[in-house]
Each structure stands twice: as structure tokens, then as C-alpha cells.
Design a protein around this ligand. Sequence first.
Ligand SMILES: Cc1ncc(C[n+]2csc(CCOP(=O)(O)OP(=O)(O)O)c2C)c(N)n1
Ligand SMILES: [Mg+2]
Length: 1005
Amino acid sequence: MSQNIVVPDIGDFESVEIIEVLVKIGDQISKNDPVVTLESDKSSVEVPSPFSGKISELKIKVGDKVSKGSLLVKLENDSLDNGFEEETKKNTIQQKPSAIEKKKTINLESKKIIRKTFVQPFLHDDLDAVETREWIESLNAVIENDGPSRAGYLLNKVMSKAYTAGVVLPDTRTTPYINTIPPELEVKSPGDQNIEKKLRAYVRWNAAAMVVKANKISSELGGHIGTFASAATLYDIGMNHFWRAKNKDFGGDLIYFQGHSSPGMYARAFLEGRISEKQMNRFRQEVDSGGLSSYPHPWLMPKFWQFPTVSMGLGPIMGIYQARFLKYLINRGLLKDEGRKIWVFLGDGETDEPESLGAISLAAREKLDNLIFVVNCNLQRLDGPVRGNGKIIQELEGSFRGAGWNVLKVIWGSYWDPLLKADKTGLLMKRMNECVDGEYQAMKAKGGAYVREKFFGKYPELKELVSSMTDNDIWKLNRGGHDPHKVYAAYHAAVQHKGSPTVVIAKTVKGYGMGKSGESINTTHQQKKLDEQDLLYYRDRFNVPLTDEQVKNIEYYKPDENSEEIKYLKERRKQLGGFIPERSSLAKPIEAPPKDIFESFMQSTGDKKMSTTMALVRMLTNLLRDKNVAPRLVPIIPDEARTFGMEGFFRKIGIYAHEGQKYEPEDSEQLSSYKETKSGQVLEEGITEAGAMSSWIAAATAYTNHDIEMIPIYIFYSMFGFQRIGDFAWAAGDAQARGFLIGATAGRTTLAGEGLQHQDGHSHILASMIPNCVSYDPTFSYEMAVIFREGLRRMHEKNENIFYYITAMNENYSHPEKPEGADEGILKGMYLLKEYKKKGKIKIQLMGSGTILREAMAAAKILSEEYSVDSDIWSVTSFNELRKDGMEVERKNLLNPNGKKEKSYVEKCLEKRDGPVIAVTDYVRSFSDQIRPYTSKAFYSLGTDGFGRSDTRKNLRRFFEVDKEHIVAYTLSALAKEQLIGSENAEKAIKEYNIDKNKAFPTKI
Ligand SMILES: Cc1ncc(C[n+]2csc(CCOP(=O)(O)OP(=O)(O)O)c2C)c(N)n1
Ligand SMILES: [Mg+2]
């Protein structure tokens, strides 16, 4: 059987020379043996044989020029290995019909085993130009006579036919490396280009100046120039023409600015008169109020920034869920549909974050045509190129198209239009396609002559194409993202688009205009200092009307209020409804529900056993009866409704589904059937904690972004909460989110069978790190009810900018009645639950939280009955809150050495009580250790340090030494240590409970 060996895909190289022929007719060669050596202008490479066999014909000789697909040799072989299949497939599409004729039998056989794979459509040489022309002419005729949709129909038919015939289809994920919108279809900007250009120059200058100035004060301050320099036009066009602000008549578009482009936003606000020169001089100096924060931080600039984005990847996913939540509010009838848009800016390097692209299919599935991503492809990230060996724009296009987005590529600026028009053979487009980003970056670092040589010079025809242009003309060939016309046209198309989200993928130059100091060089990102020469260059590059002296003094440039530029700038924003970014809230508070809604939870459950999770779900069910609260509740569940007993909500309030329910659910007969509806209230997120948390953040900040106070309640496996989405929770704190996070099935030993990765013994520690997160670990349903009601009151009625983290357990037990007057202590973090005071003189202060409080209660009983040790039992609902109070009081006292000492709440509770403290929780010891400094008593913590594991609760508590037996033994031992009783008691208990003294510490097991 005769086989062809052809030149495989050799990347960028075309017409490379054969410098060695390594086989001769009659040679028996093995697969991978080298056949020829090729040499390009950069390197030489051997071409290995994909098959084994005997060389029967040589088709080339030394000195020949070959390209991908060129026939090298023929060989005889008798086996069909993988290489054979691959080559056969490639040859099928690359060779002239005559060649295919000759190999008919092989093709017939290979068709049976053909595997469909994508091939790159644009890199092959045309083997039959006449035939190609005929096809294209036919296509043109159809487009002209019957229109594009008929052409599309025919192409689809042809593709289907080819597919069913087993033909390998071209890769249609990407389109050619040119702009999506052809010049003739570009909608023109109505703006005054001259003024806009000047304004852009001033914004650029002021942004750079503020960073340079800050670093003159101290190089500690940092900042970025290169990022905004690359994105200025992308922001400017939005600001001048597209982004509508919130005002009394309109809800406002929402813009997620790329975090480290913040200097550009400040620089614009400075021209708008919203930020003073004094503030500009205080960039990154926030400690004394009045400074400007490094990045968008609503916590630090609550009237300015709306969205914390600088932790990369969070902005894109939060933006997606924001757009989805906006549709949710509209579909639920809570907001009117005003055609508002969510714009999300991200860096090309940022797209590597899994969060950035992780939810793009949801955006398409939900048909979020209110969402526009703008990816600033300056081809660089911090250290170097984003995809030096490939093309980030093409890669992103493939991902977004594959996910179902409308993709608008803005690659080339208008100066390229005439060249592309003159490119009749498609050679320029081919060159654009084959050039990789590493080369594109280098070209912008090295100047026009280099571009002529390296880009156009590769093909004589292209060199000829630019022969009448000077090097400077070539240098001016701009990138799409710097061309206001191209950007305007893309944004215009994006806002018009219906039915799917849009991504504008814009090509830019990192450090645009910075010249030698930082234009398109690998160190651009870090460039925060410009010397005098650099600044003068930058001024000249953008014609900023400053004298040399002013440049040396790094003065800002702000034209007079009556100048045409400032008037224009303000008029544009006036037309668009106001300034952006700006943060405000007109939301009305929600009156906290009356006490009677919670009344039943204050009673004992008698013999009825239930978990705190069940109690909470019941509470929510009750709340759904409150007319103020009910419509504002947003239950968010990442596919665990059944785990938490919440499936009843499905039918009751429906699962949000923008398309309603197109099927009859399998369980339609049941009460809790799976009901999806357009007005559904539950956000059933599927298995995505990051997505669910993004929904929660959107709902928790609806009071500012949509002027409607919502009450999001996100219920999740506590282990997959802060640990998994900690960065989102931190951003939520920054964004001043208000709502409930419920860490269900909490506790290292309470969630029994699930094992190491599920059992949470530290989420409260993680929660405690977020300054405005208020967290509780309740044991009884009345505690849960008191805490929950207070949360509603503080956050949604009183509008405190805090959020609640409450753990809920899945252990069933009966719940007592609320002790008289316990409310205050429950909320402050501890209250006296029970006192044993009958027996003796020895006393201990026994503290517990969550389910382990019950072990402590059982231990207290044993201590009293068997060892005559009395206990005061404290239910500690929040070690975290006690710690906060303790820290604050301690600080105050230290700052007032002569003043009257204040007492922490812990001290107030314990000061008149005797005995050491034994604190026991289902969390790591550092959780309860937090309050150690706030009492002078001896303090012993028991907790669940170490990896969890699957077993019964009883065994787990024994393992972690938080069961009642260990509490008894350790308490007796602690009392002995404090010399309050003899050590024989502890020894007796250790023996009686079979406690193994030689067992290793659980963190080591
Ligand atoms: C999660 C996270 N990791 C790292 C950083 C630090 N960082 C800030 S900007 C940057 C490079 C950004 O590159 P790109 O996304 O391409 O943005 P460009 O500045 O090029 O527009 C890095 C690594 C960060 N802000 N967030
Ligand atoms: Mg970048």
C-alpha cells in the first residue's frame, strides 16, 4: 500500500527550504525516523515519518521550498497505524482531486475508521485555486441574489452533508483574525472626535501623573500606569456615549471596572470636578480620610466605587450573576425592565482565572443580553505575554463562541482598513492569522522598521503592499482597541444585540504611548515611576498642553470650566444621566417581622426532636407569610435543597427559570415537585458555590445597585463556604453586602459520615476574619430565632452594613424553652443557661456552643452527680462576637491608663463566678481560645483540631475528645491542676471511661 509523507503543521513557517534529505529510494524506515531537515530563517527542524515502510519515491530535493502539506516522499507500507489515519485525513482535504482519485481505496477504508477532529481552516495552501474561486463565486452569487441567510442555510446544509459523509470539518470556533464588524457596517460615532481625543489625552496624563506623584512621596505606594494606558479608549467611549447613570428616572447601567485601571477613573472624575486636586495627590494614602483607594473598594469610598474587582476573576463572575439577578428581579415583577446593561471589564491575563470564564455558559443559557464583557487584550499580563506562542483573542473567541456568546473582535484600527481592502488574495489576513502574540507584542516595542521587516517582510507581496508607506506610517497602523471609531461601532453593536450576552474582545498595546519607558515591554505592568524624559515624551505623544516646567513639576492638566472640553465632558454625562461610577441607595428599609412569627420557636419542642437546620427552614416558611419580608427573601441553594430539607420551597415559591418549565416534572404529582417558573423565588444554582455566592452578593447589594432591599439567604455545606469562596466573602464585606449566609451541617463531629473533606471545624474562624461579618453558632431553635430576627432588624430595617454567618446543624434533639431574659446574652455571645449549685464548694464555668453544648450539659450532670462538682453552664452563641467586644474594651483601657477601667462582656459575665473555665466546641480550639484574654480565670479549651473522618457522632466525639466523658475527665484534671481537688478524681474518670492516655494528639492522626 502506497503512502504519502507530507510536511506537517510547522507553525508559522511557510516556504521553508529543505537542507537535507535523510532517506533514499529503497530505504526501510520506521515511524518517527527523520525524512528531511527543514530550515527557516529562525531554526532548522527534522520532519519525522508518521509511518514505517519502504521509501518508493522522493518528491523533493535539497534546496526545494516547501510548506505545510507539501508532498515529501512516498513509501510502501502494510499497516494502518495512527499516523496513517491522521495523514490520510489531512491529505483528504489538502490534495488535489487527482491525488485523491489515486488513493480511492485507501480513503474508502480509512472512512470507516475516521475520527472527526477539527483542523485549522486557514493555514493550508490552496491546491486548486480555480476550484476555490468557483466555490467562492457561487457563494457570492447566493449572498447577492438570495441574501446572507440563504447563504448561511446552504453552508449549513453543506456542512451537515460533509459531516454525515465522514468528512473532517473545519474548526469553526474561530473566525479570521480581523474585526468582526466590516468597515462598511460600522456605525459612526456622533461625538466630536477632536474634543474627545483631547479629553482622552488629559485623562491619560492625569492618571499617569497621579501614580508618578504618589511614588515620589514614597515608592511604597505603588500604582499602575500601563494598564489604563492600554484601556483608555475602551473606557472613554463608554463614558462619552454608552453608560447611563442612575438617577430618579432610570436605574443605571452597572460597570465593573478592571481594578488596577482605577487611576483612569479618578483622572476622569477629576476633570468632571468630582475629585479635587488634593484628593488626586492622596492616591493610595487612605489612612487619614480623604485619600483615594488603590483599587475599587466601596468600603473605603462608599459614595464612589460600586464593585470590588481587583482580586482577579471575581469581577467577571460577579458581573454575570449580577446580570442574571437583574433579570430575576424583573421576572419576579420587583423591578421594571428599563434595558439596563451590565458591563464587565477584564484583562486578558485575568481570563486565566477559572472564575473569569467559569460561568460564561450560564450567561448564554440564561440569555443575558443585558451583559457585555470587554476583554482588554493588551497581550500582556504582569510578567510577560499572556499567550506568547498563540493568540489570546482567538482562544477567547473560541471559548465564548462555544459557550454561545455574541463575539465582537476589535483587532485592527482604521489605518488598516485600506490595506485589508487591497488584500485581494487574502495574504495579509493569512499573515495576521499566523503571527503569534509574542511577535505582535515585540512589534509594538520595536518600531515601524521592525514591523515592516518582520511582519510585512515575510512575503514579498506584503512588503510591496506597504512599500509606499514610511516607517512612521507603518508604526501608526493602530490596534482596534485604540481606535475610537472601531470601539464605538463595537459597543453600538453590543448594546443592540438581543438574545445572548456579548463579549467585545479588543486588541490594545500595554503601556500605550509610554514609549521606551513602558510600551509593550515585559516590565510595563510594574512601571510606576517615569523620569523627566519619559514624562516629556508622554506629554508630546498625546499633545498635552503643559510646559516643560509643568511637566517637570508633574502638574495635572485641567482645562478651564468654560473650556469646550470640560463643557463637552459634562454635557455628555448629563445626556447620559449623571456620573459614573457613583454609589448611592434609595432603597426603603424592610420592617422587621413581628415577634409572633418567631414565637413558636421560643417554646420547648417537648419530645419532638429536630435540628437547627430544620428550625431555620421552618422559620423561613413562617417568614414567607409576612407580607413585608416574603417577597424580598431570596433563598439561594447550590443543589442541596433536599439535604437541608428545603424541597418544600420548590412548589411553594418556585425555582427561578427564565424560560419557565418546558417539561412536566417526573414528580409533578407530589407536593414538593420540582417546579420551575419565570417568577420563581428560589435560586437553585446547581453545583457552583462561586456562582451561588455571586448571586448572594448581587442580592445582598441590591439595595445600592437596584435601590431595592433584598434578603438573600444562601444555605450551603459549611465546609464549602468560607473555605471555598473566602475571597468572595471578603469582597462581599467590601461591597457592604447585607444578608444571611447559613453554614449548614456544620461541626467537625456533627456531620458524621461524610468524612475529612466535609467536616467543618473552622468556618467560624474564617468568618471572624471579615470585619463586618457577624457570626453565631447556636444550639437551640430559640437562639436561632432570636439571632435571625435581630439580623433582619439590624441589616434590613436599620440598614447596618453587616452580614450574618450562622451555622446550622443536622443533629436532631429536643429544644428547651427560651430562658427568661436570655435575648441580650444570645446576641452578645453568651448567657447563663443553667446553674448547678446544690452539691459542693467546687465550681466550674462550663462553656459550649453548637451541638457540643449538649455534651457539656451532659458532662455537667455527671460532674454534679458523681463528683460533686457544680457548674455554671454558658451557652456561647458567638465566641467571635465576644472576641470583638473584648478587643475593643481592652484597647480602650490600654489607651486610658488613668481612666476608669471598662469591663468586657466576658468579664462581666464571669467576674462574680468561681472556678476555672472549660470551653468546648465542635471547632478548633483557637475558636474558643479567642476569649481567653478577657478573663483572669484559668481557661481550658477542648475542640476538634485535626482532620475529620467518617464515623458515627459518638465515635467522632470520642476521637476528638469533645464527648461528655472527655469533658468530665479533662475538667477533673483541670481542677486538680488548679489545686482545687485531688488528682485521683481525674485518674478515676480516665480509667472509668477507658481514655487512652497514649493516643496521639488528633492533629497527628
Ligand atoms: C487573584 C489575583 N491574583 C493576582 C493579582 C495581581 N495582579 C494584578 S494585575 C496582574 C496582571 C494582570 O494582567 P491582565 O489581566 O492581562 O491585565 P492588564 O494589566 O494587562 O490589563 C496581576 C497578576 C490580582 N490582582 N488578583
Ligand atoms: Mg493584559
